[in-house]
Design a protein around this ligand. Structure first.
Ligand code: AMP
Length: 458
């Protein structure tokens, strides 16, 4: 299988580091828990859920680790604003995040780790960097990574040394730094901020060091796969490379780097600071988890996905279509076989091609179109129907887009919908509109989408 690697800017054959080629160590940057997560976060975490599940489907033994950033400037600011302690605040939003991931059926992570659970390992890594001459102290401020000691800086983001200089990460503004882009490893705390006593002095960790301390502890100094949305390439992941490769002297720190694109609104990143966000909790009030997952997976992960009502309604209709199709399969009672093996091969080919879930979805609809015509003339036999259902369940164990239960639409409404479809196919829009009015009078709504009509209770 092939994976696009940000480090080499190419699709590479996937070969885990494990000599037996079986074990995969995977780490994804988790949220900074100072607010509820939004559907932009959902895009990133649903995608990586699918990555872990597909690798497991392929027989790899994946250990999937995710950190939770529970100490950071934005957390401290929010706690002060809300009149809460940092600990109280982070527990609220950590719980909220874990509820959201569970609701979205993101259940592939083996272990969540809190940054503050690894202070000992963080201090040890900063000490190693000091001993090896990669870090320095600024009195009254903290410890910094010295970028002049790491000529490879910029290799992930493919930046030149000059561009790399412009690094500004979250708490790195000191005027006394040796190089403009040097970033914080350990920050001496101000009064009223959370702090830890250590050999470095009383303080708190910088943002980048938590990840490398955690992965060094669980995976060692090198591992297979690291991800986060595209905004983390620089400076965050670049800084991680600098820290870990300098501390261990081994490269590459990570073999494959994966960076999904943003969920956007009117082409702007969905973000808390722009105020253009919908929380996962709010989205789930109106849409099923399968609809949200479908929306995320209907797009190639590296391209931006622009969110709007039409995209999410189309996803809802598609999920409804697939669920209806599976129900109809149970009625099969004909005499003809349908060969599914070709579809299985195409599913794996699409996923092996850098997790091309959009192609898998097109494949599912190609399958439903072909099989539907056999269901209409009752030619599909039961055994084939069973195999098709099994195949869709296999796909679903990776993508999670088929609801266990379908919203029950009364038969009388389904019949009206079918009649309206037929009239529309005959271009008889006047009569079709009359039927739409009848459907609406009975408390249902029809929206036309690329996946057919979407029927919902008003
Ligand atoms: P944060 O809590 O801001 O540190 O973000 C947690 C993760 O969600 C990171 O991998 C971010 O890059 C990712 N993320 C944040 N906003 C979006 C968005 N609009 N689309 C996709 N991923 C996002």
């Amino acid at each position: 299988m092939k994976i696009y690697n940000t480090l080499t800017k190419t699709k590479e054959e996937f070969k885990p580091r494990d000599p037996a080629g079986k074990k995969v160590q995977m780490f994804v940057c988790g949220p900074t828990v100072y607010d509820h997560s939004h559907i932009g976060h959902a895009r990133t975490y649903v995608f990586f859920d699918v990555v872990a599940k597909y690798l497991r489907y392929r027989g790899y033994k994946v250990t999937y680790l995710m950190n939770i950033t529970d100490i950071e400037d934005r957390i401290i600011d929010r706690a002060q604003r809300d009149g809460k302690s940092v600990k109280e605040l982070v527990r609220i939003f950590e719980k909220s995040f874990l509820e959201d991931t569970k609701a979205l059926k993101i259940d592939s992570v083996n272990k969540y780790t809190r940054a503050t659970g690894y202070i000992k390992q963080i201090v040890k890594q900063v000490e190693t960097l000091l001993e090896k001459g990669h870090a320095y102290k600024i009195d009254g401020d903290g410890y910094y990574f010295d970028l002049s000691t790491f000529p490879d800086y910029g290799k992930l983001a493919h930046r030149t040394a000059n561009q790399a200089e412009d690094a500004i990460s979250r708490i790195d503004e000191s005027v006394n730094k040796k190089n403009k882009g040097d970033f914080t490893l350990w920050k001496f705390s101000k009064p009223n901020e959370p702090s830890w006593k250590s050999s470095l002095g009383t303080g708190r960790p910088g943002w980048h060091i938590e990840d490398t301390a955690i992965t060094d502890y669980h995976f060692g100094s090198q591992y297979d796969l690291h991800g986060g949305a595209v905004d983390l390439v620089f400076p965050h992941h670049e800084a991680e490379i600098a820290q870990q490769e300098s501390a261990s002297g081994k490269k590459p720190f990570v073999k494959y780097w994966l960076h999904p694109g943003f969920l956007t609104v009117k082409e702007q990143k969905m973000s808390k600071s722009l105020g253009n966000f919908i929380t996962i909790k709010d989205a789930l009030k109106n849409y099923s988890p399968e609809t949200i997952r479908f929306m995320v997976l209907s797009n190639y992960y590296r391209s931006p996905l622009d969110y709007n009502d039409s995209v999410v309604n189309q996803s809802q209709a598609a999920v409804q279509r697939i669920a209806e199709f599976i129900q109809k399969l149970s009625l099969a009672n004909g005499n003809n076989d349908f060969e599914i093996s070709d579809y299985r091969r195409k599913f794996e080919e699409a996923m092996d091609d850098d997790f091309n879930t959009a192609r898998v979805i097109a494949l599912i609809f190609d399958l439903t179109r072909k099989v539907n015509s056999m269901l209409v003339d009752n030619s599909l036999n039961r055994n084939s129907a069973k195999k098709i259902r099994k195949f869709l369940q296999n796909i679903n164990s990776v993508l999670g887009i088929i609801p266990a239960k379908q919203e029950k639409i009364p038969d009388s409404i389904t019949k009206l919908i079918q009649k309206r479809e037929e009239l529309r196919q005959e271009n008889n829009y006047e009569e079709a509109d009359k039927i739409r009015a009848q459907i609406e009078d009975r408390g249902y709504q029809v929206d036309d989408t690329v996946y057919g009509s979407l029927v919902t209770k008003k």
